[in-house]
Design a protein around this ligand. Structure first.
Ligand code: ADP
Length: 363
């Protein structure tokens, strides 16, 4: 199937009534502050929802229009696309939108203008592409082990697919690696294919910061809008068990995000924070033009050498931005007013309309 044609999207945007733009998204993930932020900036809002999932958007009063679908994946259906275009909608993609709609569908058949660069989404979805972009940006990542035989210190073993760290494990030698793989296979948690595709990386013992950036293509500037750390089940439950009982409990860790804490980073680390964001934005322009365009997130661990080690990125609004729906310490410093990531997106759209540059920030 062909790709969504950039010229077609540009044509749709050209025909939109710029005085009556609707900001739309799927009812999940970060929709609350995407929609609330859009209203703060004076836009109409629409949410695409499965029946029964509309409750927060209704109760918090953030959506002007509800588009109901049987299943979330139906957001790519022609009739939903028609409705969205008839509302002059710009769709803000978030993690659940990409997961439910399917990346192929977003690339191949979602002919509705989206905020940001839709081509960059694949770069976060594929581990090799993500690693290439981060490393070529000069960003420090956990060292990767090509062979389990080479394991010489604590490593984290990850398996393909977004499984929230379910089944990821930590080991420190080749023997321990084999033991754990055998055990997981015997429990039916892993297939031979999973094992062949195991990704082994240095275990970074440090503290977690997920750093939320916004790249304004209009201003050619990278902003740091907020930071969170993850609250993950069951690992954050396991660490509350004293060591001896932990051994007896024989629980396997998982890293399913169940919530987020707002956090600020030691001020002396901020130059590294900005450097990483700036370098990634420059590299992304080269690898997948026009680049990051809008929100992105670097998921980091800070080790005791005060290095920021990045183990993952989101090339769109990340769920941790929910920690600053009313602004963060950093967005306050930058803007002096409550600025969520959702509102920042709509501010960019508003500025683009004023400057007649909507095509620069949509695809
Ligand atoms: P997923 O994308 O499946 O959720 P992640 O790569 O985000 O998996 O990893 C899940 C969690 O594991 C992270 O939130 C972090 O707490 C931890 N983690 C990931 N990579 C490392 C690493 N190299 N060293 C230490 N902890 C890590």
């Amino acid at each position: 199937m062909g790709k969504v044609n950039k010229e077609d999207i540009k044509e749709i945007i050209d025909k939109y009534d710029k005085s009556n733009i609707t900001i739309a998204t799927l009812g999940s993930h970060t929709a609350l502050h995407i929609l609330r932020g859009a209203k703060q900036e004076g836009f109409r809002t629409a949410v695409v929802c499965e029946k029964g999932k509309e409750v927060p958007y209704e109760r918090f009063g953030v959506a002007d229009e509800f588009i109901f679908v049987e299943e979330y994946k139906n957001i790519v259906d022609e009739e939903v696309q028609d409705k969205l275009r008839s509302m002059n909608a710009i769709v803000v993609p978030h993690g659940s939108f990409v997961a439910y709609a399917g990346l192929d569908n977003v690339e191949d058949k979602f002919n509705v203008p989206m905020f940001g660069n839709r081509d960059v989404l694949r770069w976060e979805a594929e581990r090799d592409k993500e690693r290439k972009m981060l490393l070529e940006s000069g960003i420090r990542m956990p060292m990767k082990y090509e062979n389990p035989e080479d394991i010489d210190k604590a490593v984290m073993v990850k398996f393909p697919g977004a499984r929230g760290g379910q089944g990821y494990f930590i080991c420190s030698s080749y023997d321990e690696f084999n033991e754990k793989i055998d055990e997981m296979k015997s429990r039916g948690w892993l297939t031979d294919e999973d094992v062949a595709n195991a990704h082994i990386e240095e275990y970074v013992c440090g503290t977690n910061y997920c750093i939320h950036y916004f790249y304004s293509a209009l201003k050619d500037e990278v902003e740091v809008l907020g930071m969170d750390s993850r609250y993950e089940t069951n690992i954050d439950g396991i660490v509350r068990i004293p060591a001896q009982e932990q051994m007896e409990a024989n629980l396997s860790p998982s890293y399913v995000v169940s919530g987020n804490h707002p956090v600020v980073i030691r001020e002396s680390l901020l130059p590294q924070v900005f450097k990483n964001g700036d370098q990634l934005v420059e590299k992304a322009k080269e690898l997948v033009a026009p680049g990051m365009n809008g929100p992105f997130c670097l998921q980091c661990l800070v080790n005791d050498d005060r290095e920021i080690v990045v183990f993952e990125m989101s090339a769109r609004i990340d769920g941790g931005t929910n920690t600053f729906m009313n602004g963060s310490a950093y967005s306050y410093i930058q803007f002096g007013e409550p600025m969520s990531m959702g509102r920042r997106i709509s501010r960019e759209i508003k500025n683009a309309i004023k400057e007649d540059k909507l095509d620069v920030i949509t695809t």
